[in-house]
Design a binder for this molecule. Structure first.
Ligand SMILES: C[S@@+](CC[C@H](N)C(=O)[O-])C[C@H]1O[C@@H](n2cnc3c(N)ncnc32)[C@H](O)[C@@H]1O
Length: 288
């Protein structure tokens, strides 16, 4: 990333609370990771509340002076653009362009004053989606404000899938992303393909039922059921989503249910590997 291509513009805690429905209790009791928090004052303000917060962003590779210089270079240009395009926004929570500019500049100034301290305390870490260095389940809540989906023109579908799966990997409970719109204020084109896994017809046990149904075919054909080990769960979801995305949608002209492409081959190899778990369990039972 080149700082010359970055236009720093950060939100504050009040805005994060509204976007992600975070209560005071959440902020003070949950371990939170913000992905792409940039020059927002979210981390600073949560820290003031004694919360447990980590932010990652590629701009954290730069020094305080470099970021401040870039803010000075760009903030008047962004403010001017805002005034020109003010009719594209709803002025309800924030009442005017001047109020908005004031909120952004105050948030960035709070960030800058906290930055070096926060870097020493490992609250601001230079990392980039789609790969994070944290262990599985390291956080209670993982957030992305104004990065994923918003920059759909700059980052492709695979980047979005990889990033969301990575956020799920490091989160124990929840991943929250806001907004779901792109820079043209339209629903991101990636929303639909990514949301396919959310078609869960039952209140509970959807994954369980899906695995039961798929294993029915194995059992009917004289095989053991496939048991996907917990540590390979993310690889499984990843390969399944990639195959789903690279296969034609089922419709009335569908002739074959399986599209034998490279994604299918990878899924096939994965299941073959995981089948060994079932064989191992059987062997252990036979030895007893
Ligand atoms: C529009 S700003 C949003 C800043 C902050 N989240 C907010 O809402 O005020 C987008 C941020 O995404 C960061 N970003 C760009 N590429 C990224 C990546 N691969 N992983 C994580 N963050 C990234 C940028 O550096 C920038 O700080």
């Amino acid at each position: 990333m080149k700082l010359a291509n970055v236009v720093p513009w950060g939100r504050n805690l009040q805005e994060y609370k509204k976007m992600f429905l975070l209560s005071q209790k959440d902020l003070q009791s949950k371990k939170i990771l913000g992905c792409g928090d940039g020059p927002s004052s979210f981390n600073f303000e949560v820290t003031q509340l004694q919360g447990n917060i980590t932010s990652i962003d590629p701009i954290y590779q730069f020094t305080k002076d470099d970021i401040q210089t870039r803010i000075d270079e760009t903030s008047s240009v962004v403010s001017e653009q805002l005034r020109k395009n003010q009719n594209d926004f709803i002025w309800k929570n924030i009442k005017s362009v001047d109020e908005l500019i004031n909120i952004r500049l105050t948030a960035m100034s709070n960030f800058i004053n906290d930055y070096e301290n926060g870097k020493n305390e490992k609250r601001y870490i230079h990392q980039e989606l789609p790969k994070l260095s944290f262990e599985d389940d390291s956080f209670d809540v993982v957030l992305s404000s104004h990065f994923l989906f918003l920059y759909s023109e700059h980052f492709d579908l695979q980047f979005h899938i990889d990033s969301i799966l990575e956020m799920c990997r490091v989160s124990k409970d929840e991943v929250k992303i806001f907004p779901l719109l792109n820079l043209k204020n339209k629903k991101s084109e990636y929303l639909e393909p990514i949301a396919f896994t959310s078609i869960h017809p039952f209140f509970d046990g959807n994954g369980l039922l899906a695995r039961l149904i798929s294993n029915l075919f194995m059992l009917k054909n004289g095989y053991l059921p496939i048991i996907v080990s917990n540590e390979n769960r993310y690889e499984y979801i990843h390969l399944l989503s990639s195959y789903n995305l690279h296969s034609p949608k089922l419709n009335t002209t569908t002739k074959t249910l399986i599209e034998e492409n490279t994604h299918y081959n990878k899924l096939y190899d994965f299941f073959t590997k995981e089948y060994n778990n079932s064989l191992k369990i059987l062997e252990e039972l036979q030895e007893k």
